[in-house]
Design a protein around this ligand. Sequence first.
Ligand code: 1CP
Length: 361
Amino acid sequence: MPLTPPTSSPSATDGSPFLLAARGEPGPHTPVWFMRQAGRSLPEYRAIRAGTTMLESCMRPDLVVEITLQPVRRYGVDAAIFFSDIVLPLKAVGVDIEIKPGVGPVVAVPVRDAAGLDAVRPVTPADVPYITASVQQLVAELDGTPLIGFAGAPFTVASYLVEGGPSKDHAKTKALMHGDPKLWHALADRLADVAIAYLTVQIEAGASAIQLFDSWAGGLSARDYAEFVQPHSAKVFDALASYGVPRLHFGVNTGELLGLMSEAGADVVGVDWRVPLDEAVRRITAAGSGPKPVQGNLDPALLFAGWDALAPEIDRILAEGTAAPGHIFNLGHGVPPDADPEVLHRVVRHVHEKSAHAPTA
Ligand code: 1CP
């Protein structure tokens, strides 16, 4: 039976604080979720993952469903993020890639020439039945809490393929961009198709929103971003526009790129801690595509500073977030593995209490 896109009828998640904020509409409180909320900071995650590799666990609906739900149960966050990884769609089509504990994605044969491109193709639903099954089960169990699907943006995924693993300076990726622009654009275009296919599977199975992670784009100049990256991320956003689900976009250290990342086609722009949200709104607006809702932007380091230091920072961010037509509270990057779950829970309660207001007429 063909799947009906979830946007064709009113859904249980429509009036949720997360989707209201993502659409720039007023809601009962500022929604909050955390990037990497499912993961090593939770003892229940470490327990259930014991003995299973990261990518194996992404392919088992029982684990994906349980791990995705763990932070929702524990923290009462306003959205769930699908438990997977940005390299999963590559693994699913046979790219020799593993996630090494304590390291990250490692590629056996880095892609550095046209022949290397052959291994990379978009997933079809038949390649990832476990993704469809996991999303469908999650949507049923989440009972009105939106599920965010996600994929890696072409640049960030390319950086793993070209470097062969995590990298601080992305030197080989930049060298390929400038040294062989034809190959670079072919690779980035292929990875745009990979992201489109992976996100389409998640949306068609019922995800309420999607986030395109371009975590490492902040290493690029605005000029290089505009020429080598933005057209490919824009292809991803354009291809998904007709579903009508909010499209979020995030990268680290992207203060100089916020306008360009917004113009790529994001409905919600993620901001790390380096730029205050009101200034981020100004930059997005100045670029000609705003104002629009923003997501962020507590420095994850502050989770370790003690509540007396943390609470005023949360309040400052909530105040700065009022400059945007919608604000989704989040960290400026992922939850650190050694973060205290009690502190995260307190952040959620504080954001909800401080931002609660009577529904507007
Ligand atoms: O065994 C483990 O627990 C390994 C740690 C881990 C986890 C929990 C990795 C390896 N991936 C994940 C899950 C994951 N990855 C999620 C879902 C969980 C959640 O958010 O609650 C998501 C959204 C991702 C996305 C991801 N993977 C990004 C973009 C987000 C970001 O943090 O910037 C990136 C860059 C990756 C690559 C990756 N996978 C894993 C690691 C440690 C890394 C980063 C490596 C590096 O530093 O380059």
